[in-house]
Design a protein. Structure first.
Length: 227
């Protein structure tokens, strides 16, 4: 059995009772970063063997994981933060586990995507999640241009994506060129000490960010282009 266990996106208290119980019960825990995995496990005094899984090593590690599952072991997949497989390694693993007819059990919990959406003030239905955008600026521009015309039914969806603090200004500048009156909500360091939300038109949020000497932290952006 493979459990997909959601973990805190910042505040270590944001984890369910069920999640901690399962992490204590499983034989081994699969994670992208053993360092970050141990921070969570040590906080809850959980000691389990860790399996390091990344996009780069998955072809080598996957057969070993499948063999353990076939032997009847219970394993849990956790992400560095939030819900597993969302912009994190694990999708290929889940596909193979399904193909092998091994049971998968979701253990819901924290999600940066949904947390950013419900605090944005923008419509929560429909919405589209893009994950991390390409680093290439021309590719980003193409994505934004295509999305600016998107309709689901007759509604314009809210769009959600992750971005690094080093690239956020250039990314928003592209969005600003398409439509400076695009409504956005920028969520930074959610659930942490320096949690911050910047809301308004994209040109307004850009002005605030450009006045700062440095931008730090994990960033989730929600926007909706007003056609």
């Amino acid at each position: 059995m493979l459990y997909l266990v959601s973990t805190p996106i910042g505040n270590l208290k944001d984890i369910t009772f069920r999640a901690t119980e399962i992490l204590k019960e499983v034989d081994e825990i699969i994670c992208e970063s053993t360092y970050k995995g141990n921070i969570l496990l040590n906080h809850y005094q959980i000691k389990k063997p860790l399996i390091h899984l990344t996009d780069e090593n998955q072809l080598q590690v996957l057969p070993k994981i499948l063999e353990k599952l076939k032997q009847g072991k219970k394993l849990a997949l956790i992400s560095d933060a939030g819900t597993p497989t969302l912009s994190d390694p694990g999708q290929f693993l889940v596909k193979r586990v399904i193909k092998e007819n091994i049971k998968i059990v979701p253990v819901p919990g924290p999600s940066a995507v949904l947390s950013a959406l419900i605090t944005s003030g923008l419509s929560t239905s429909p919405f589209l999640f893009l994950g991390f955008l390409p680093k290439n600026l021309s590719q980003k521009q193409k994505i934004f241009q295509e999305i600016s015309k998107l309709k689901i039914g007759k509604k314009t969806p809210s769009i959600i994506f992750f971005e690094s603090p080093q690239r956020i200004i250039k990314t928003l500048e592209i969005l600003n060129q398409i439509n400076p009156k695009t409504r956005i909500s920028l969520a930074r360091e959610m659930t942490k000490i320096y949690e911050e939300f910047l809301r308004g038109n994209v040109d307004e949020v850009l002005k605030i960010l450009k006045q700062r000497k440095e931008i730090k932290g994990e960033i989730t952006v929600v926007f909706k282009i007003n056609n």
